[in-house]
Design a protein around this ligand. Structure first.
Ligand code: UDP
Ligand code: MG
Length: 346
């Protein structure tokens, strides 16, 4: 058992690990992002491991600790010590966000099939078998629909609205975009691993690579412990990622609106000029004019903001800073990847 500090060049543990031939890839990798989940992890282990053992296939679980500030990392270390043959733990230095944590899990996992799961037990581990069955039927990507979603009413309502918007502006077809419990085949994960996106929305990204996607209904439970890690602000940002990452339609709609409004303004100016010449000067209706002016200013500000969202993302992308910094990878020696894992440097 080696605590592989894989990113440190010349680290003896890492080179030792590389010299041992890697065993065959497991049939299944389960990738789980963990951020301040100390209260619920024990329960997760107690349900996850037995349900995977019961499947009777080779598997690994890749936990990605997303810079938790509670005891999550220590608990994951303990669990690694308990089940090292099927557990791998990627520890981030700082919080990078759920989607980047999952992307890191994708880079480190080696399974033929990959399932993502939340750490809070909202996605029951007992459903894993059902996802695999759907894959056996020939799908390379299995999405999920939450039966009786257990979240607050406003989140359910907002999600429905976002779903409708996404359907209109992208070609992505998902009944329930928010559920992260999904199954992916290896080729899709390889394609995702080639993407270098800083802001992304993994289920949508995977969908664009899927040849035969399907959806199944799964149960959804209330959070086992702790509270949601998504504030309203983070939820809004995530949805902007979804919209800007997969469509430029908002920009196009905006420029079309701009054309229409400036056309109408031209007509308005011509009418005013005609009245000035043939009717004479007039100062009435000044507040109507204010109203129109404020509306147009609001429209322009919205457009600038929208542009800013795209430009900001382009800026983050071109700076090409590391998307996340891996502090350590806990894995059994001989299970290390063939090539040395260098700290993300793109
Ligand atoms: N998560 C993460 N990094 C973050 C926020 C969340 O890794 O910055 C993880 C979290 O630990 C959980 C999953 O992502 O395993 C989903 O988060 P949460 O349950 O808070 O979201 P919700 O279910 O409320 O949408
Ligand atoms: Mg949750």
């Amino acid at each position: 058992m080696t605590n592989t500090l894989a990113q440190q060049p010349g680290n003896p543990a890492a080179s030792l690990a590389q010299s041992t031939p890697a065993p065959a890839a497991p049939a299944l990798s389960v990738v789980i992002p963990v951020y301040n989940e100390e209260a619920g992890l024990a329960q997760l282990f107690a349900r996850l491991y037995p349900s995977l053992d019961a499947l009777g296939i080779s598997y690994e679980i890749v936990f990605v600790n997303d810079g938790s500030r509670d005891r999550s990392a220590a608990i994951l270390r303990e669990q690694f010590a308990r089940r090292p043959e099927v557990t791998r733990v990627v520890l981030f230095n700082a919080n990078a966000g759920q989607h980047l944590a999952i992307l890191a899990g994708f880079e480190y996992c080696r399974g033929e099939r990959i399932i993502t799961l939340d750490a809070d037990l909202q996605n029951p581990p007992e459903e894993i078998g059902n996802l695999l069955t759907a894959m056996d039927a020939g799908s390379d990507y299995v999405g999920t629909i939450r039966r009786a979603r257990q979240d607050s009413a406003w989140r359910r309502y907002a999600s429905r609205a976002m779903n409708r918007l996404r359907e209109k502006i992208t070609s992505i077809k998902m009944t329930d975009q928010g559920c992260m419990m999904r199954a992916y085949s290896r080729p899709i994960i390889d394609a995702i691993n080639q993407c270098r996106e800083v802001n992304t929305f993994i289920p949508a990204l995977a969908y664009t690579f899927a040849g035969n996607p399907t959806e199944i209904e799964i149960a959804h439970e209330e959070r086992a412990a702790g509270t949601t890690k998504y504030s309203l602000y983070r939820l809004i940002r995530l949805n902007f990622d979804l919209v800007t990452g997969f469509s430029v339609l908002p920009l196009q709609v905006f420029s079309l609106v701009g054309f229409v409004v400036s056309g109408m303004s031209l007509v308005f100016v011509l009418i005013l000029a005609w009245r000035r010449i043939f009717v004479g000067p007039e100062a009435e209706g000044v507040f109507t004019l204010f109203g129109i002016a404020f509306f147009l200013i609001g429209l322009a500000l919205m457009g600038i903001g929208l542009l800013g969202e795209y430009v900001g993302r382009i800026y983050q992308q071109v700076r090409s800073r590391p998307r996340y910094v891996v502090q350590a990878v806990l894995e059994q020696s001989g299970r290390a990847p063939a090539a040395p894992r260098v700290t993300e440097s793109r």
